[in-house]
Design a protein around this ligand. Structure first.
Ligand SMILES: Cc1cc2nc3c(=O)[nH]c(=O)nc-3n(C[C@H](O)[C@H](O)[C@H](O)COP(=O)(O)O)c2cc1C
Length: 277
């Protein structure tokens, strides 16, 4: 079978899951390609038998550049697909956000996988949660899931596979699903501060320009942010010169209000006994 796995990953967590799944497919003799969203053109989704689509959770949903790309895909009738994600404790509708456009395009989406990923979102109340995740155990679960994907597709049975997260194929009604629905990019831009440049440190190397998933940064001569910046803070977390900063102020409190540990345990996805730090 020809399998293409397309993933979006800013800090490497979702990439690790993609690579683990690819290892399983390869070991079973399938022709596998893993590639990042930036390199994914429509042909990648069409010229294969099985598509895997992965992305991290941002604000309890799939990142908007990923959603936009998926909704722009051509007809996928006859293709099998699965989705995967990494998140903190409030994944909300991220898996469904990935699955829904594929289903609407006619693909048979058989299931979804999710595990924790260390949170590098630099807002002080969240950064560093779930250290070292995905860990060996998470990746072992991802491999089991990939094995089940192959078994299910080979069985010829259509529809959901065993072992899939139920929230991959239908919109849940939980607190974080609702948060994911409410948080559109305009509201996020309003709530969350724009990164600022420390001109003494910035060398105008262009790293942030190349990394920005929405092409929202230009050099003039130092980084200038366009209105399309959707506050993923990739520029801030990865800047080689540590030359970008944010004044969190009330934004830290607002994020804490929604994503505090008590809410994530009661209303989110954190399992009994699961450690946050
Ligand atoms: C901008 C941003 C927003 C995030 N929002 C959420 C969220 O709403 N819920 C959650 O559970 N995790 C959230 N996270 C945590 C990420 O989903 C998690 O760290 C993920 O593993 C990152 O994957 P990556 O390394 O592949 O980019 C957020 C992270 C970032 C950077």
């Amino acid at each position: 079978m020809k399998i293409n796995i397309v993933y979006f990953s800013q800090t490497g967590n979702t990439r690790k899951v993609a690579k683990s799944m690819a290892e399983v497919f390869q070991s079973k003799g399938h022709d596998v390609r893993t590639l990042s969203f930036k390199k994914a053109v429509s042909d990648v989704f069409i010229n294969c038998d099985l598509i895997g689509v992965g992305a991290p959770c941002f604000e309890s949903q799939a990142p908007s550049p990923v959603r936009e790309l998926l909704w722009d895909l051509p007809d996928l009738t006859g293709k099998k697909a699965f989705v995967f994600s990494t998140s903190g404790g409030g994944p909300g509708k991220v898996l469904y956000d990935l699955a829904k456009p594929l289903m609407k395009k006619g693909a048979d989406v058989i299931g979804g996988f999710l595990c924790r990923g260390t949170c590098f979102y630099p807002v002080p109340c969240l950064v560093g949660r779930f250290p070292e995740r995905p860990d060996e155990e998470d990746l072992a679960h991802a491999k089991v899931f990939a094995g089940s994907v192959i078994d299910h597709v080979s069985s010829g049975i259509s529809g959901p596979m065993p072992g899939s997260r139920p929230d991959a194929l239908k919109h849940g009604l939980g607190f974080y699903h609702i948060i994911g629905d409410l948080m559109n990019d305009s509201l996020i831009r309003l709530m969350m501060p724009k990164p600022k440049v420390d001109s003494a440190k910035c060398t105008a190397c262009g790293w942030c320009v190349a990394e920005c998933p929405t092409n929202s940064i230009i050099l003039d001569p130092q980084p200038v942010f366009a209105k399309t910046c959707f506050r993923c803070y990739r520029c801030l977390t990865g800047c080689p010169e540590d030359a970008l900063m944010v004044k969190w102020g009330i934004a830290n409190f607002m994020v804490w209000t929604l994503y505090n540990q008590t809410f994530e345990r009661w209303l989110g996805d954190i399992q009994k006994g699961e450690k946050i730090y």
